[in-house]
Ligand binder design. Structure first.
Ligand code: HEC
Ligand code: HEC
Ligand code: HEC
Ligand code: HEC
Ligand code: HEC
Length: 361
């Protein structure tokens, strides 16, 4: 169940090393958070804390208004205040959740819950930063993102979030996280919205049906990701895609149907922990390698209807899945299914079409 999972998650390496201080980009946070062994004042209160002070980004707004406005719409800003985080946090109230979801502190030493993942969680900004030459300014690298987006169970090699490792395996390993998630917008402005899991259009663009075939007794639908630099969905363990296939005859009657999940669950994680292995054996998330889904059908259907739901879960254990939100990201009639193999298939967008950000490594 989620509470157990969250408890385990909360005992991760952040306890010892202080997540925001592993890499130099974020060490400005150290003095603010005083993370080593500091008591967290918000743990133990009930419900979201009242916003006593405005977020710290106000200090940057006079000169970087555009970045501040964009960041204010982001999940990064609300990473502590969002109702979904709060619901999980109420179920399992741990200091370490706060270390990652609200790593900064206000001037008086309180947790800066209003800033969430604030400017200073990613940028080291000195008084004189305006005068620094571009070459001297610290850049925000993939490693910096990974300090929060990639971590294991405590004392084991079993993965909890593995976005950086998935990224390193993907054809997009050379493209830094920010190269896809912070595209250049207006001149001199990098996208600070981090608008992904609430954006149906973007999520829909991340997958495609490569082919639909019929072999005699099976409909084979092939699905893959398109230009996603890691497995999909990445990040939180309780995310999954659900593919529903329905085969119809000429009259529109259903002759076959099935449902397929692509994700992870807590059972698989426990098993991998016991076995001392890194990867969850039940990780069925999608990658850019086309994957076949097979639907037994008594005869050739006139059409096949496919839907894919993107689900953000509160909890997942075996067949049990409790959703924060379900979003339909694909809804298509695949007709007519071509017979047998060797069907010409649409090709996904080429890797080269992705912008590189040379300032990152
Ligand atoms: C008084 C105005 C001012 C304030 C306040 C200010 N900055 Fe800046 N900042 C600048 C200027 C000017 C530059 C250089 C702009 C350029 O190179 O285009 C800069 C550059 C930067 C850069 C580097 C951009 C690059 O090209 O590498 C970052 C990151 C940054 N600021 C973050 C912040 C953050 C975070 C805050 C709030 C804690 C902040 N700044 C507050 C004026 C300011
Ligand atoms: C999740 C990490 C993250 C957060 C949070 C974040 N930034 Fe950035 N910011 C970046 C990255 C990555 C770049 C690209 C520049 C680089 O470091 O190479 C960047 C670039 C910038 C720049 C250079 C101009 C531009 O837009 O590309 C400024 C100025 C800046 N950020 C200000 C801010 C301010 C102000 C905040 C808070 C409102 C903020 N950033 C929050 C990661 C972040
Ligand atoms: C200090 C920790 C921290 C750092 C550093 C950080 N993130 Fe995040 N990020 C989070 C947390 C926590 C969330 C989840 C927020 C939520 O939904 O509650 C998140 C969410 C996201 C999301 C999903 C947003 C959505 O729509 O749900 C993306 C994409 C993302 N981060 C990318 C990045 C990238 C790229 C970088 C590096 C430039 C980065 N992050 C750096 C902690 C961090
Ligand atoms: C080649 C481009 C690319 C790269 C590189 C990339 N991502 Fe993504 N990421 C995507 C796409 C595409 C999505 C799906 C939604 C969308 O279209 O934005 C996504 C989704 C996410 C999400 C939301 C959870 C999900 O899968 O729905 C998070 C969090 C995230 N990425 C973090 C990262 C981090 C951290 C890195 C670097 C280690 C990274 N990404 C590198 C393209 C990329
Ligand atoms: C090492 C950093 C880290 C720690 C510790 C951590 N989280 Fe997170 N959490 C993240 C990141 C990064 C994401 C975003 C990944 C994504 O969007 O897929 C996230 C996402 C989430 C989400 C999904 C939010 C959404 O909007 O979909 C919930 C809920 C959550 N965390 C709750 C918790 C709780 C409760 C704890 C403590 C028991 C905790 N987290 C501890 C880094 C952390």
């Amino acid at each position: 169940m989620r509470p157990v999972m969250r408890m385990t998650r909360a005992l991760m390496r952040t306890r010892d090393v202080g997540v925001a201080c592993v890499f130099s980009f974020a060490c400005a946070c150290d003095s603010r958070t005083g993370m080593a062994g500091a008591r967290v004042d918000v743990a133990g209160t009930s419900g979201p804390p009242a916003l006593a002070a405005p977020d710290a980004a106000l200090a940057c707004a006079s000169c970087h208004a555009a970045e501040v406005l964009e960041w204010r719409t982001s999940q990064h800003q609300v990473s502590f205040m969002s109702p979904d985080f709060q619901r999980s946090y109420r179920a399992e109230r741990r200091e370490l959740c706060v270390d990652c979801h609200a790593p900064l502190r206000t001037a008086d030493g309180a947790r800066d819950v209003a800033s969430g993942i604030g400017c200073n969680a990613c940028h080291v900004v000195s008084e004189g930063h305006v005068a620094q030459t571009a070459g001297d300014r610290p850049h925000v690298t993939t490693k910096a993102c990974a300090s929060c987006h990639d971590f294991d169970f405590p004392g084991t090699r079993a993965i909890l979030q593995s976005t950086e490792r998935e990224h390193a395996q993907s054809p997009f390993a050379a493209t830094p996280c920010a190269g896809c998630h912070m595209k250049p917008r207006a001149r001199g402005l990098r996208d600070h919205r981090f608008d992904v899991t609430r954006n149906r259009e973007l999520l829909a663009d991340a997958i495609y049906v490569q082919s639909t075939r019929f072999t005699g007794d099976v409909v084979i639908v092939t699905l893959a990701t398109k230009s996603v630099g890691h497995r999909f969905p990445t990040g939180d363990i309780f995310r999954r895609l659900t593919l529903t296939l329905t085969a119809l005859n000429e009259d529109g009657d259903v002759i076959a149907g099935d449902t397929f999940h692509m994700g992870r669950d807590w059972d698989g994680h426990r098993a991998s922990q016991r076995a001392g292995i890194t990867e969850s054996a039940t990780d069925t998330r999608l990658t850019e390698a086309p994957r076949e889904f097979r639907l037994a059908s008594p005869r050739r259907p006139a059409s096949v209807h496919a839907t894919v739901d993107y689900e953000r879960g509160a909890s997942a254990e075996g067949d049990f899945f409790e959703s924060f939100e379900t979003m339909e990201i694909l809804n298509k009639d695949l007709r007519p299914p071509a017979t047998s193999a060797n069907v010409p298939v649409p090709v996904p967008a080429p890797l080269a079409s992705h912008p590189k950000t040379p300032t990152h490594e």
